[in-house]
Ligand binder design. Sequence first.
Ligand code: SAH
Length: 365
Amino acid sequence: MQEHSSSASAPRNLLALGEQELAHLVKESGWPAYRTGQILRWLYQRRIRTIDQMTDLSQADRAKLANDATLKRATDWTVFRSSDQTRKLVLTLEDGLSVEAVLIPEEDRLTLCVSTQVGCTLDCTFCLTGTMGLKRNLKPYEIVEQVLTAQDQLAPDERITNMVFMGMGEPLANLEALSEAIRRLTNKTWGLGWSPRRITVSTAGLASRLKEIAPLGVNLAISLNATTEAQRAQLMPAMNGIASLKNLIAACRRYPLPPNRRLTFEYVLLAGVNDREEDGRRLVKLIRGITCKVNLIPFNPFPGSSFRRPADRNVLAFQSILREAGTDVFIRKSRGRDVLGACGQLGDLSPAHRNGSLTQIESRC
Ligand code: SAH
């Protein structure tokens, strides 16, 4: 005789289902097909937290759905507010691990920086997340949850204008989940309805996967950070083992850019390491002919790191080298440094460096 295990029929979290899987559940329940969109709109457009809030389903249908599925939104998060009004959200996941997203207000923008992994596949030596190692990939719903929770935090007059996948992790190392999350974020019928033009995916440079970003219609940023193979191997050892600088630049040249779009190259400026005049000149040569702009990111220090942030005049001098060669080049303002919410500062500090300097302003459990 066969025994049935109870886990085989464990109720599924509606947020963990893709559109097809939900359509299957709807069909199995004997409901009309339009119910799939109806349920998805409740999840993503109205951000409900319980099945009972789906008020255009009858009581009986809600009870049936609650019998077959659950609705599990994150219930445990902490917000750290920086003196410059940047907000870092730390979300606790079902398995107790945590992931960070950052809301960055600027004059006419509100950017949300989203994570794709807990920790990171890579080990870039100037990045705090890189020192954590990879704990695990995020699931599509855990990526989307960061956006839903951030939206729940907004004041009535606030609206997120831009989204960047520049938080913890290497997005292209979790490409399937990233793609599914972007589909839910950009779906206009039942999803969050985001224009892909307002979304940017940043990669350390997995050259062979760059082309897979193109069909998503989002912008692509490549973290270059170095201008020679040796320098890149020193700063981004794991990345360099996956793709050489030469192959990466070749993949950028082949990238199928849609009309009126350009690539972004990011370049972390590390004092005395990659911020010299010769570095600037090599950078100009490396990217010559690519339709692009360059974002310079002066190093954001974190406890335990031996790199230094260049003086402002050196950052400006580096910018001038690129500008004089005709490159469009911007300096990224550091935001949220006092709550370790700036580029490269997301992740767990080792116990030796935890000093309680973060001010917790709001907590929900
Ligand atoms: N893995 C992806 C996305 C996360 S990092 C990537 O590498 O692009 C986002 C950006 O922050 C990258 O350009 C990275 O080079 C930069 N960065 C990492 N650590 C930094 C630090 N300590 N200071 C300034 N920028 C940093």
